[in-house]
Design a protein around this ligand. Structure first.
Ligand SMILES: N[C@@H](CCC(=O)N[C@@H](CS)C(=O)NCC(=O)O)C(=O)O
Length: 219
């Protein structure tokens, strides 16, 4: 039995997408971030900070999306979704896999600033601008790589791409896409993968974003 503890539209989408790429059977235990369900003792026993994803697999539970991705990949090396230790592009693979969290942490702070902070006066337009600039820098790194190659690794699709399944739909809500044609085209290429679409069909409706783009308010 494999069970994914999941919030629609969250980092747990990374795991959902990889489970589909690996053609594994699993079920989903859904949560919301606004109803206290991720603060219940049963969930905290699986994920001590009350964060998704957590995955129950092989009679244990694992939290941290990067760790879960690596665990799943090690279980099925024959799937060819990650260069093995010692392979020439192993270092690039690990960089991209973990860089997704550098980017996701900026998205998380932008979500807090634009959406969650109450009262609205507690929000800081200066911080919003700084975070959006830092997010754009992470997008520029992707843009440079994706100009001239279709996937983050030159050798083709890998779980490094899967790690951005949560990030990419969100980054263009805070940074305009005009300067990132390669990244936009990449987002479209990833979204038409059959496994991505199956994952999306199981994801559930995200409730976080009410707008396509979040402008920094005038100060
Ligand atoms: N580094 C962790 C971050 C997990 C994380 O922060 N998940 C968010 C959803 S995207 C969450 O559960 N937030 C709930 C909270 O902070 O209470 C991972 O990659 O698994």
């Amino acid at each position: 039995m494999i069970r994914l503890h999941h919030v629609p539209g969250s980092r747990s989408f990374r795991i959902l997408w990889l489970l589909e790429e690996l053609a594994l059977d699993y079920d989903i235990q859904p949560y919301r971030l606004d109803d206290g369900s991720t603060r219940q003792p049963d969930f905290l026993a699986l994920s001590p900070a009350g964060r998704v994803p957590a995955l129950e697999i092989d009679r244990q539970a694992i939290f941290e999306s990067g760790a879960i991705l690596q665990y799943l990949l090690e279980r099925q090396p024959q799937a060819g979704l990650a260069p093995l230790p010692g392979a020439a592009d192993r270092a690039r693979f690990l960089e991209w896999l973990h860089f997704s969290e550098t980017q996701a942490a900026l998205l998380e702070q932008l979500n807090i600033q634009h959406i969650f902070l109450r009262p609205p006066e507690a929000r800081s337009p200066v911080l919003m601008k700084l975070l959006a600039r830092r997010l754009a820098v992470t997008m520029q790194a992707m843009e440079r790589t994706l100009t001239g190659q279709d996937t983050l690794l030159a050798g083709g699709f890998s779980a490094a791409d899967v790690a951005y399944g949560f990030n990419i739909p969100a980054v263009f809500r805070f940074v305009r896409g005009d300067a990132f044609p390669a990244l936009q085209a990449y987002a479209v290429r990833m979204a038409v993968r059959p496994a991505f679409q199956r994952a999306q069909a199981r994801d559930g409706a995200g409730t976080l974003y009410a707008r396509d783009f979040y402008e920094v308010p005038d100060v």
